[in-house]
Write a protein that binds this ligand. Structure first.
Ligand SMILES: Nc1ncnc2c1ncn2[C@@H]1O[C@H](COP(=O)(O)OP(=O)(O)O)[C@@H](O)[C@H]1O
Ligand SMILES: [Ca+2]
Length: 508
């Protein structure tokens, strides 16, 4: 049957409209996808850098960090990209020749110039923080400490970076920044943001306590739900919109090198003809020590015996039980004016949560293969005892590449760590496995330096920065998806309820 001319014209007109709308629809979808792709094209990376020098009692390390500029207030974005170990001893050993303290840093700072792109050097902040070695030097001779600091400052100023200061940080800062570092790297500050907080019964991640063992001091820092009875051990932080009440204490003289001196100084009274039998060294090990040098530390000065021989001939006997007795003698647990103390009359609330133990805790436990998280405290003690009982010759033969100073002291250090944790802080077989021995976390060293830089560059906001619930890519994706869905629904409705005449024939 011939269709009338008008109907035929109408049909072609409808057809044209549908083709036109279809083309418009396809064009719309293509445009949406193209906009999403163009908008989300990764921007050229704008990287920022920062340098922190950890001037420890035994040595100095130069750490270089980098982070994407546009994300600097996010948590976990700053990464360590380089560590340079300064040759020689810590800056506090240059008290008599302060100029050399600055010179010792030259090599590593030149290395930093190679790592950081030239055009960004001027805006790269440099911080030097000195810890317990310099605290002790300042106690012995404040002028020497000043001279050493100005020497390192002069060197650091001579480099094309943005020098921000060289200072002795307090024990409290050292503890606090160590705590910030590990919790930042472990991502423990992040949990209160995003969608998670809307889930009923959602429990935010707890923070981890920080245990730092150095050569001259040691720090314990953790979030405590109990009252902190002494003002000097209490810190309050507001980070990413959450408040934290922190307990911290730094024991000057209880780093492992000073603790060894304390242990030796305590035993001098038992020496005969300048021979000192020391159970904390492997049997067959011998070392000479000058008593003048030993007593030069302010940690030991009170233990001075006027009749002590000028040189000590220290001979190892490798006896863990006797070593443990000697080590315990350096902890005073007889007096406490608070409801609970660790040692030497220092307040400590009961231990809470998990702990990350780093620096010398890690070096020693890693050497003794004791970083396994499942190992019981008894097994750990057994291993240290076994190591102490090994003859020195054998130990030396097995580890020819390890520095003799470190190798000879692993028996003492292992025993000291066990006693500091158990007898000193009150860890027991029940909560031993709450301690994780940490070297690096995601390529960054666990230590106070990263926390120090984050704080001084204001990279940790007190309040959670506003962030939309969806990422930009997620937002665009969902917008495209729902736009298409809406168009489809409208089209289906239109086709079903206001069926255009042109379609009638085909369907019937
Ligand atoms: N590989 C290692 N094995 C054992 N001990 C180590 C190793 N590397 C470093 N140490 C020790 O770690 C400690 C680091 O302390 P340091 O940071 O210099 O002092 P402080 O923090 O008290 O100022 C020192 O006792 C050093 O001897
Ligand atoms: Ca240290």
């Amino acid at each position: 049957m011939d269709e009338p001319k008008a109907a035929k014209q109408k049909k072609t007109w409808h057809k044209k409209v549908i083709i036109f709308l279809g083309a418009l629809f396809v064009l719309g979808v293509i445009s949406l996808v193209a906009i999403a792709v163009v908008q989300n094209k990764p921007l050229p990376k704008n990287i920022k850098y920062g340098i922190v020098l950890d001037a420890g009692s035994s040595h100095t390390s130069v750490y270089i960090y980098e982070w994407p500029a546009e994300k600097e207030n996010d948590t976990g974005v700053v990464q360590q990209i380089n560590e340079c170990k300064v040759e020689g001893n810590g800056i506090s050993s240059y008290g008599h020749e302060p100029l050399k303290a600055g010179l010792s840093l030259q090599k590593c700072m030149n290395k930093a110039r190679q790592v950081i792109p030239e055009k960004q050097q001027r805006e790269t902040p440099v911080y030097l923080g000195a810890t317990a070695g310099m605290r002790l030097l300042r106690l012995t001779n404040a002028t020497m400490a000043e001279e050493v600091l100005s020497s390192v400052e002069n060197t650091l100023r001579s480099f094309p970076f943005d020098f921000q200061g060289a200072r002795i940080i307090t024990g409290q800062e050292e503890g606090a920044y160590g705590w910030i570092t590990i919790n930042y790297l472990l991502g423990n500050f992040i949990q209160d943001s995003g969608w998670f907080k809307y889930i009923p019964n959602f429990k935010p991640t707890e923070t981890s306590g920080a245990l730092d063992l150095g050569g001259a001091s040691t720090q314990i820092t953790f979030e405590s739900k109990r009252e902190i009875e002494s003002q000097e051990n209490s810190l309050h932080f507001r980070l990413y919109g959450k408040s934290y009440d922190i307990y911290t204490h730094s024991f000057l003289c209880y780093g492992k090198d000073q603790a060894l001196r304390l242990q030796i100084a305590n035993s001098i009274k038992d020496a005969t003809d300048s021979i000192l039998l020391d159970p904390c060294f492997n049997s067959g090990y011998r070392r000479n020590a000058s008593t003048n040098d030993l007593y030069s530390s302010p940690c030991i000065s009170k233990l001075r015996i006027p009749t002590a021989p000028s040189t000590l001939d220290i001979r190892g006997t490798g006896n863990y039980q006797l070593c443990k007795r000697n080590v315990q003698a350096i902890f005073n647990r007889t007096h406490c004016t608070y409801s609970h103390c660790s040692f030497n009359g220092v307040f400590q609330p009961s231990l809470d949560g998990t702990f990350g133990a780093f620096s010398a805790y890690y070096f020693v436990m890693n050497f003794l293969n004791l970083t396994n998280e499942q190992m019981s405290l008894d097994k750990v003690k057994e291993t240290v005892e076994r190591h102490c009982s090994r003859p020195w010759d054998e130990v030396k033969k097995d580890f020819p590449k390890i520095k003799e100073k470190y190798l000879s002291e692993y028996c003492f250090s292992g025993t000291y760590i066990l006693n500091l944790l158990e007898y000193g802080y009150g860890f027991s077989s029940e909560n031993w496995n709450d301690i994780r021995f940490l070297g690096k976390i995601k390529d960054s060293d666990a230590g106070w330096t990263l926390g120090y830089m984050l704080n001084l560059t204001n990279m940790i906001p007190a309040e959670l920065p506003y962030s939309p619930p969806l990422s930009h890519a997620g937002y665009t994706g969902l917008m495209v998806f729902f736009s298409i869905l809406l168009v489809c629904i409208i089209l289906t409705c239109w086709l079903s309820f206001r069926k255009p005449k042109c379609l009638h024939k085909g369907i019937i």
